[in-house]
Structure formats: structure tokens, C-alpha cells
Design a protein around this ligand. Structure first.
Ligand SMILES: *Cc1c(COP(=O)(O)O)cnc(C)c1O
Length: 346
């Protein structure tokens, strides 16, 4: 028997599906896929893929082949695209899994051809200068003999209103013009909100499926999916003038009921929440006091006189404000949280 961890990650499957449906509607005539790399941004790729597949999603993006293998029994493997492409050791495994590589470099293209070819995807770099074929690498013969399903590119700054977005759109359109493919795809979560010009045939949201607010237009529509919960390990009354936590960064101004919770930075509740974050219990907001420890978190429980050892609290994890408070991106918050938690889909 495995002991149950003292913290939980409540995951709202209904909200996940509602977010995908909303993003699919915003994608207009384009189909809507799902980025499920990094274990679906930390939520659990198997559950996410099963839920989204049942909702009608039929194109999934992972970064690694191991991530493809981990979900290849849940959907037709041809629906899984591997963003990092093909490295020297891959071809034999790749053919077995049946997932489809996103070819990013001329060398990856050569490897795919040497391994027998077949349906693939191709990434064009339209200006992020990260992964993909650059315009200076395009030549007439590069894609000869490839059977390209999705021709894609990735936006660097779709979460901002900057000229780079339309520049990338123009570059992608120019680069794609001479390349034969079944489908084209450019937009991530934020890119969907830039309008129909950015949608092409397929959109690829990740962050906003999981409750991330990629652009302000989403605030009213995207539902939170992830709710961390921690158990109370100790509650103690300390007098005014008590120093709380590592390095005494907090001193109680009044007699304070200090509650110690079983969550810390090792669980992705980062040090940036020290003296900034909060938890809720019984409708009361209990502020974090002192430094976040590795496994422990201290809160001022003066407004919750009934809080006791063994109770559970909701840890404040509204992604927009948590990001502002902690200095971490919404992506880092999601992928960091809850590795030691019991995941509970509701
Ligand atoms: C991660 C990723 C996405 C999803 O991006 P979000 O900003 O999370 O919506 C889409 N496309 C590519 C190539 C990615 O790497």
C-alpha cells in the first residue's frame, strides 16, 4: 500500500473540456488540437488526452517520443505529433510508436527520408529563432519526397500586441507558399485570439486548456482547472513579536494562530509566494507568512478559529495573480505544481 500524500491536486475535467470547446469555437473554421507536452503541463497527459479525445480533439502535440509512447494506446498514434523531431537514435523507435515527427532541421529531414519517410510534419521558423527550418535554409529540393501533413510555425509573442506577430504571419505565409502540405498551423493559445488570419487549418493551444490566461480577452471565458490542496500539520498560537519561518522574514504584530501546511517549494509552490500568497479555508483567506520551506508553508489563521490539524485548505492558485505574486510564468506554475500530490480528477 502506498501512503497517501498530504497534498492533493484537484483537477476539473469539465473545465478542461469547456476550455477546449471555447478555444475550438474561437478557432473558427480551423480545427483545434491540444499541446499535451510535459505531461499535459503537469496535469497528467493520460487523463487530459482521454478527456479531450472524447470531446472531439484529434490532434495532440508532445515534445518527446517518450511522451508520445505514454499516450499512444489512447488515441490513434497518427494523431500525436512530436515537436522535438527526430534525433539520431530515434528512427527505429519512432516507426514502432506510430506517432508523427515534426521535422525541424535539414538533418532531421534527411534522417526521416533515410528511415523510409512517410507522413511527417514540418516546422518552419518564422522568427522565433528556436526550432524549425529558417527561410535561408529553404530550397526547392529540401522537401522532395516528403509527405507533409502539418506545416507549422510558432509565434514568439502572441501574448503581446507587438508588430512581431504580423511579421511572423507574413513570413510564415511567404515561406509556406511553395511547400505542399495537407494542413497549416500557426497559433498557440494566445495566437488564437489574434484573429482568423492566424488560424489556418489547425490551432494548437496548451496553456489556456489548463486554465492559463494567455491574453486579457480570455479572462471571462477560460475556467480554472487546477486547484492545489494541502493538509494542516500543526496549529499553534504564538504571541506578538514572534519570528516566523526561515531567516525570520516575518514578525507577528499581534498574537497569531500559525498554521503549518504540507506544501512547499518542492511541490512547485515557489519561494516567491513567501509573505505574498494565501490559502482559503471555510471561505476565509489566510495569508502566507514567512518564507515558503521545502515541504512546509506557514499561514496566519487568525480568521479561522476552527482550523485544526488534519483539515484541508485550498491553496490560492489563480494563475494570473499567482504569476504576478511569484514572478513565475503561468507555464512555470502549472508545470511545477503538484509532482508529489495525489491527482484527483473531478
Ligand atoms: C507549447 C507549444 C504550443 C502551445 O502553446 P501555449 O502557449 O501553451 O498555448 C503550441 N505550439 C508549439 C510548437 C509549442 O511548443
Amino acid at each position: 500500500m502506498t501512503p497517501r500524500p498530504p497534498l492533493k491536486l484537484r483537477l476539473d475535467g469539465g473545465a478542461l473540456v469547456a476550455n477546449w470547446n471555447w478555444l475550438a469555437a474561437q478557432s473558427g473554421a480551423a480545427a483545434c488540437g491540444a499541446a499535451v507536452k510535459a505531461n499535459a503541463y503537469g496535469l497528467g497527459a493520460r487523463e487530459v488526452v482521454a478527456l479531450l479525445s472524447a470531446a472531439g480533439c484529434n490532434q495532440f502535440f508532445v515534445a518527446h517520443w517518450g511522451e508520445a509512447a505514454a499516450i499512444a494506446d489512447l488515441v490513434p498514434p497518427a494523431q500525436i505529433a512530436v515537436l522535438n523531431g527526430l534525433d539520431a537514435d530515434d528512427p527505429a523507435d519512432v516507426l514502432q510508436i506510430g506517432a508523427v515527427p515534426v521535422l525541424n532541421t535539414p538533418l532531421q529531414i534527411a534522417r526521416w527520408k533515410a528511415a523510409g519517410g512517410g507522413v511527417c510534419h514540418v516546422m518552419l521558423d518564422s522568427g522565433i529563432n528556436r526550432l524549425g527550418i529558417g527561410s535561408e535554409q529553404l530550397d526547392e529540393t529540401l522537401f522532395d519526397g516528403l509527405d507533409i501533413d502539418i506545416l507549422l510555425s510558432h509565434l514568439a509573442s502572441a501574448d503581446e500586441d507587438v508588430a512581431q506577430n504580423s511579421r511572423q504571419l507574413g513570413t510564415f505565409s511567404d515561406m509556406a507558399r511553395g511547400v505542399k502540405s495537407k494542413r497549416k498551423s500557426l497559433a498557440n493559445s494566445a495566437g488564437i485570439m489574434l484573429g482568423p488570419d492566424y488560424h489556418f487549418d489547425l490551432t494548437r493551444p496548451g496553456l489556456s486548456l489548463y486554465g492559463g490566461i494567455a491574453r486579457p480577452e480570455m479572462v471571462e471565458h477560460i475556467k480554472p482547472v487546477v486547484q492545489p490542496q494541502a493538509s494542516v500539520l500543526q496549529v499553534r498560537d504564538v504571541p506578538a513579536g514572534s519570528l516566523v519561518g526561515y531567516n525570520a522574514t516575518y514578525e507577528t504584530a499581534a498574537p497569531t494562530r500559525v498554521a503549518t501546511l504540507a506544501i512547499g517549494y518542492a511541490d512547485g509552490y515557489w519561494r516567491g509566494f513567501s509573505c505574498q500568497g494565501h490559502v482559503t479555508f471555510d471561505g476565509q483567506r489566510l495569508p502566507v507568512i514567512g518564507r515558503v520551506s521545502m515541504d512546509l508553508l506557514l499561514v496566519d489563521a487568525n480568521t479561522a478559529p476552527h482550523l485544526a490539524e488534519g483539515d484541508w485548505v485550498d491553496v490560492g492558485f489563480d494563475l494570473l495573480s499567482a504569476s504576478a505574486l511569484s514572478g513565475m510564468s503561468q507555464y512555470e506554475l502549472l508545470t511545477g505544481i503538484g509532482h508529489r500530490s495525489e491527482r484527483m480528477w473531478v
